[in-house]
Design a protein around this ligand. Structure first.
Ligand SMILES: Nc1ncnc2c1ncn2[C@@H]1O[C@H](COP(=O)(O)OP(=O)(O)OP(=O)(O)O)[C@@H](O)[C@H]1O
Length: 575
């Protein structure tokens, strides 16, 4: 938590102003009962109207000054806390963006969302409470004790009895509440996870008639969180009545003993009234402090979850010193590359060596789960390899700047992802300064113009969140256009034509050929038809290369390739 508080450094002056204003407000609060007792003892008792008006006026001034300080401090502290939250959220988001896919998987998307939103809000709230109470509550408590003792030392013995009772009550309540506060964050994660799955998988849930099951899952997670929240709130709710009971009993005791002392002439009425107010101030400040102390553990639990993200050292870093290729032609070389996913029993790909040259198409084919996507995902360094090396233009990609490497790559992923915005925005995502002509040309090559112009607003048609208002094949073509507009040196098409019909795919491949004449093209495919004309075909089998060559050579020399071809031909013939 302290570590995060360092983010308040740019607001040091504002924080200091808030603390000074709070100090001022506390002083005024401590002074008011004394003024009131003066009015009673010297003004009312002696019937001195002038005194009452004079001191009453002073009281008004002191109260107004205290209120003004409270208003300004309240405004400033809210501003500081909100800015603190904003800076922290940006910091966490920036860090998460630099995570490798393994780090993403380690924390989980649901938890990443909770940490960036709810956890930061928890810390932000405590920062606000601290700013408002850190000076005021101790000052009122200590100042109140001093003033009460000054008014009547003997009567102050009541406070000596009450404070330990109050402390024990707070201690018991905090002891029960704090562990539950910590549990709540983990339960919120779980609820977010179920909610996310329930929303993103809605089609499958409906298709499989699993709505009841999902509702139960959500209900369970929701109830679990609610139960804990209810228990925490029940405990917190007990705090107030207990405090008020102690407070009222204390007032009764003070009036009881105070009236006896007044009877004996040891005390004046005004002093007794002031005394009661000081005791109230002391007790309220202790209640406020206890609230703050109870919220701190919850915020610390949140802070620990946030720090876990901030402290995570991204496993994928730029090389030091950064190397850059002299000639950027897009030559990709794999040398004995092996990679295993964390926790996997065996490598997803092993001992892969090949060269993909500019101006040529290197196709990768193999059964499902044979490691095709893994292989191409290693080129933009989504994961770092275990052994061997991957070179782009003769430089090991681990020695390059990631931004430099990725600027040369145009990747169309297996699952096309679109962002909310217009079709033009989505294509322009590949190149920020792309002209309208470039966008149109990219769409033409990707065989997307026909359906784009078929839409009401053409290129200005708005894509819904997650691209739900376009078909799978349309999404794939827009993803291809987005990559084409980038004009990279290396194209990676990861099985991204799977949703296209044969005719559209053939047209797209022919158009692509012209666009990629000088580039290195890596094309993952399931269908032999899509890649049989490639300059080089890599056949993957259980993460290993079963054969490399052209279609005809492989038909002769590679058993796995022959099996793939014959199985697909048999399918087509039977179709
Ligand atoms: N994020 C991951 N974590 C752990 N294992 C993974 C992960 N992604 C893939 N794998 C495993 O790695 C192996 C290769 O997967 P990969 O996605 O590269 O296969 P693929 O050939 O592209 O399959 P497909 O054609 O079905 O897309 C599989 O056994 C898969 O279970």
């Amino acid at each position: 938590m302290l570590k995060l508080l360092r983010l308040l450094k740019p607001y040091t002056i504002s924080v200091a102003v808030v603390l000074v204003l709070m100090f001022w407000q506390s002083l005024s609060q401590l002074y008011l009962p004394t003024l009131m007792s003066d009015i009673v003892d010297n003004g009312i008792v002696h019937g001195d109207i002038n005194y009452i008006l004079r001191v009453g006026g002073l009281m008004l001034l002191v109260a107004a000054a205290g209120t003004a300080a409270a208003v300004v401090a309240g405004f400033l502290s809210a501003k500081i806390a909100a800015s603190f939250g904003q800076v922290l959220r940006s910091k966490v988001f920036a860090r998460v963006e630099s995570f490798s896919l393994n780090e993403f998987n380690q924390i989980g998307t649901a938890s990443l969302i909770t940490r960036t939103t709810n956890d930061i809000t928890q810390v932000q709230q405590v920062v606000l409470m601290m700013l408002r109470l850190a000076v005021r509550a101790p000052m009122l408590a200590i100042g109140g004790i001093i003033m009460a003792v000054a008014k009547d030392a003997k009567l102050s013995l009541v406070i000596v009895v009450v404070i330990p009772v109050l402390a024990v009550a707070i201690f018991i309540i905090a002891g029960k509440g704090v562990p539950l506060f910590k549990k709540m964050q983990a339960k919120l994660d779980q609820l977010n996870l179920v909610l996310r799955e329930g929303l993103t998988g809605i089609r499958v849930i409906r298709a499989f008639n699993r709505i009841d099951y999902e509702q139960k899952r959500f209900k369970d997670a929701n109830l679990d969180l609610t139960d804990t929240a209810v228990r925490v709130n029940a405990i917190m709710a007990a705090l107030m009545p207990i405090m008020m009971l102690i407070l009222n009993l204390t007032t009764v005791a003070i009036i009881w003993f105070g009236s006896i002392r007044i009877d004996y002439g040891h005390m004046q009425v005004g002093d007794l009234m002031a005394f009661i107010q000081y005791v109230m101030q002391i007790m309220f400040s202790l209640i406020m402090l206890s609230m703050l102390l109870m919220n701190i553990p919850r915020a610390s639990a949140s802070a620990a979850r946030i720090n876990e993200l901030l402290d995570m050292v991204p496993e994928i870093k730029d090389g030091e010193p950064v190397k850059s290729a002299a000639v950027k032609s897009g030559l990709v070389e794999f040398r004995n590359v092996t990679y295993s996913y964390p926790g996997a029993a065996k490598p997803a790909i092993s001992n892969i060596s090949f060269t993909a040259k500019p101006g040529e198409t290197t196709a990768i084919i193999g059964g499902t789960g044979s490691g095709k996507s893994t292989l191409v995902n290693l080129i933009p360094r989504f994961y770092d390899i275990d052994s061997g090396s991957i070179l782009v233009d003769g430089v090991d990609i681990r020695e390059m700047a990631q931004a430099d490497l990725r600027s040369q790559i145009g990747l169309v992923p297996q699952k096309a992802v679109l962002f909310s915005g217009t079709i033009a925005d989505n294509i322009r995502y590949g190149k920020e300064d792309a002209t309208n002509e470039e966008i149109k040309h990219a769409a033409e090559v990707a065989q997307a113009t026909e359906f784009i112009f078929g839409m009401k607003d053409g290129f200005n048609t708005v894509i819904a969140q997650g691209g739900t208002n376009v078909s799978g094949g349309q999404k794939q073509r827009l993803a291809v256009a987005r990559t084409l507009v980038r004009k990279p040196k290396i194209f990676i098409f990861d099985d991204c034509f799977s949703a296209l019909d044969f005719k559209t795919e053939a047209k797209l491949r022919t158009a692509l050929k012209k666009e990629t004449v000088n580039a290195t093209v890596l094309m993952v495919a399931q269908r032999v038809n899509s890649i049989m004309h490639a300059d080089q075909i890599i056949v993957l089998d259980e993460g290993q290369i079963a054969g490399i060559g052209r279609h005809k050579e492989l038909l002769r020399s590679c058993r796995v390739y022959r099996e793939i071809v014959t199985s697909q031909l048999a399918e087509e013939e039977s179709a």
